[in-house]
Design a protein around this ligand. Structure first.
Ligand code: MG
Length: 319
């Protein structure tokens, strides 16, 4: 779902990305947006106040809220003629992003790995019954750095520790969400013994979840579609760091709109996983895109995106 917010003839773009398994849909986002009333706001610069209003409209709806947050940051950046990252206080440093290899047959996994030869880190989805076979197949064709995402797929903590100890011998950098997010005691046990950092994805959604991640996980994967957007993601990065947690910036399958928005925070985190716009063929924005595996923000104001078509949204937007 794409979002446009207009003020004084300037349009800011946002996006709510809606993976079906997370429960939001075009229908739920439209219903959420229909509840918003902008009459009380005459000025877009008070981002905190506007987002606090949006957040209390209804529980959940994190992607819908992110769509508004991103468009608002883009709008304010354009009105200020400054890149969003600069307004927040982050630098333009180019960073390597990982590229995701999904669960597939061993031959397909190998082929996808070879196709991704420009990337300096690959994120391997595990949680199948042949996880070690998958890693061995990948290691036959590349020595590049790997991280793994078990997507809550390992259920026994002793077996999970065995897997991770083996992974540590294979050049794996960290393990994302090894066990179900509800298995808090088991994950804390695992993290205390694991030779590799254990990163929360499903286990940490928003700012309020972070304090309870201390002692359970080594770090957290922050995604705009979970955090309700840039403003809270920024707070999450700062809080996580202050509590000694490592930080990673991730994404859903997204256009260059939401990826470019997340990239504004890329200089602040330990790992970048912003490959969502490389996995689609219907992108409607020119923006930040990994080339040779490297994420480099541009110098455009706001989140740095330009729609491919001038008339995008034109029928409904009256600046
Ligand atoms: Mg994940």
């Amino acid at each position: 779902m794409l979002v446009a917010l207009a003020y004084d003839g300037i349009v800011g773009y946002g996006e709510a990305s809606l993976p079906p398994y997370l429960g939001e849909s075009h229908h739920s986002v439209a219903a959420f947006y229909n509840k918003l009333h902008w009459d009380g706001f005459t000025y877009p610069f008070n981002i905190e106040e506007i987002l606090a209003y949006v957040d209390q409209i209804a529980h959940g709806n994190t992607a819908a809220k992110a769509g508004i947050d991103i468009a608002l940051h883009d709008l304010v950046g354009k009105l200020s003629e400054r890149p969003c990252r600069e307004i927040i206080g982050y630098s333009k440093t180019a960073r390597n992003t990982s590229f995701t290899i999904g669960i597939d047959t061993l031959d397909m996994v190998k082929r996808k790995t070879q196709e991704a030869k420009n990337f300096h880190r690959l994120k391997i989805k595990l949680g199948a019954d042949n996880d070690q076979e998958i890693i061995k197949s990948i290691r036959e064709v590349t020595r590049v750095a790997l991280c793994v995402d078990a997507n809550q797929g390992w259920t026994d903590k002793y077996q999970a520790l065995d897997q991770i100890e083996w992974m540590a011998t294979q050049g794996i950098e960290f393990v994302e969400q090894p066990m179900p997010k509800s298995s808090i005691d088991a994950i804390a046990w695992l993290t205390a013994r694991s030779p590799l950092p254990i990163i929360a994805d499903e286990g940490v959604q928003r700012l309020a979840d972070i304090p309870s991640a201390v002692g359970v996980y080594s770090g957290i994967n922050i995604k705009l579609m979970k955090s309700t957007g840039i403003a809270e993601a920024d707070k999450m990065i700062r809080l996580a760091k202050s509590l000694g947690l490592q930080t990673m910036l991730g994404c859903m399958t997204e256009t260059s709109c939401a990826i470019s928005a997340a990239a504004q925070l890329s200089s602040a985190v330990d790992w970048i996983d912003l490959d969502g716009n490389l996995l689609i063929d219907n992108d409607i924005f020119e923006g930040v895109k990994a080339t040779e595996g490297l994420i480099q923000c541009n110098d455009l104001p706001g989140i740095g995106v330009v729609p491919f078509h001038d008339n995008l949204f034109s029928e409904s937007i009256k600046p």
